[in-house]
Ligand binder design. Structure first.
Ligand code: NDP
Length: 300
């Protein structure tokens, strides 16, 4: 009896990957430029290994150059900085992504800021954060970029809508706020110190949850008909107690999906909502960076 439309991020992401694949092929045919992405991983974190493998495979399938640099978890700051410098200077590489988290001996922000901002396809460099804030072309973090695409696909013009973003991280909440402000939404950013979060959420035509707390946002926090974007990826014990006792897990979002889907107008599922958009936007950013390096206007 769910009344909300389920936003199919997986299907939208597949379409985006197809469009970027075709545009990249045209860029290569017309200008001899094959977009190239270098992914750097330090250490053996199992989740990071899976993310990096997926990124590499998706990039290669899109017809782009895909290089993965696997470094031991004993890598020093200087060694990693030397690799970044090499990649910055490599004209065949248009995007550089350093998988987080990095081991404790490495200063992550120093590494991210060593990446050439024009190759910073994660959009985490302070220069890209600044460009986004002042409305200059740059590279935009993938998760908020993909979330905004889903909102525009669903709602068209976002002008004048009340948008509430729960979460103020540099990689999701803050850039999401900038993007929705640029779309002429009235933006509220809520966080752990916000007072009466349910009331703030109830004012939202667009509610973006980027908290990292399983099913924290309840159905009765949602304005009837609102569009809900659930960025959260939280691993919790399986709903089946027998499987849970065996250590089986499942992934849920930051929104209590079942109850929210009875009140919202549209909602992204977890998994299958925002997650697939993130990797599709990584390809889109790599393509955009390659176009700019070649002095070519990217296709939209
Ligand atoms: P962070 O932990 O960096 O930020 C979480 C934010 O939520 C903080 O601003 C924090 O507030 C706020 N918060 C925490 N608890 C509460 C609370 N009880 N009430 C209100 N606000 C609260 O997380 P990220 O932004 O990196 O990620 C958020 C979620 O999105 C995670 O589940 C993550 O796994 C997921 N994610 C998904 C991606 C995807 O591809 N779909 C990509 C990136 C992240 P304060 O600042 O006050 O501490």
């Amino acid at each position: 009896d769910a009344r909300a439309t389920i936003i199919d991020g997986k299907a939208f992401a597949a379409g985006l990957v197809d469009r970027v694949t075709a545009a990249s092929a045209r860029l290569e045919a017309a200008h001899g430029v094959k977009p190239g992405l270098a992914v750097v991983i330090v250490g053996e974190d199992p989740a990071s290994q899976i993310y990096v493998r997926n990124k590499g495979e998706t990039t290669a399938r899109a017809g782009m150059r895909s290089d993965t640099h696997r470094l031991p978890d004993t890598t020093s700051q200087a060694e990693l900085m030397a690799l970044i410098a090499t990649l910055n200077a490599d004209a065949g590489i248009h995007g550089i992504l350093v998988q987080l988290p990095l081991p404790a001996q490495i200063d992550s922000s120093a590494v991210l800021d060593a990446i050439d901002p024009d190759k910073d396809v994660d959009g985490f460099h302070v220069v890209n954060a600044g460009r986004l804030a002042v409305g200059l072309p740059g590279l935009v973090p993938c998760t908020p970029l993909g979330s905004t695409m889903l909102l525009k696909d669903r709602l068209g013009d976002l002008s004048g809508l009340n948008a509430v973003i729960v979460g103020r991280s540099n990689i999701v909440g803050k850039p999401m706020a900038q993007l929705l402000l640029a779309e002429n939404c009235t933006v509220t950013v809520a966080h752990s110190r916000s007072r009466d979060l349910p009331a703030i959420c109830r004012a939202a035509d667009i509610l973006v949850a980027a908290v990292g707390r399983p099913e924290m946002i309840k159905g009765d926090w949602i304005k009837p008909g609102a569009t809900v974007i659930d960025v959260g990826i939280n691993r919790v014990p399986s709903a089946d107690p027998v499987k849970a006792a065996e250590g089986k897990t499942r992934v849920v979002g930051d929104v209590a999906f079942k109850e929210a889907a009875e009140i919202a107008g549209a909602i992204t599922p977890v998994p299958g909502g925002v997650g697939p958009m993130t990797i599709a936007c990584l390809l889109a950013n790599t393509y955009t960076a390659a176009c700019r390096a070649a002095g070519v206007e990217p296709e939209r």
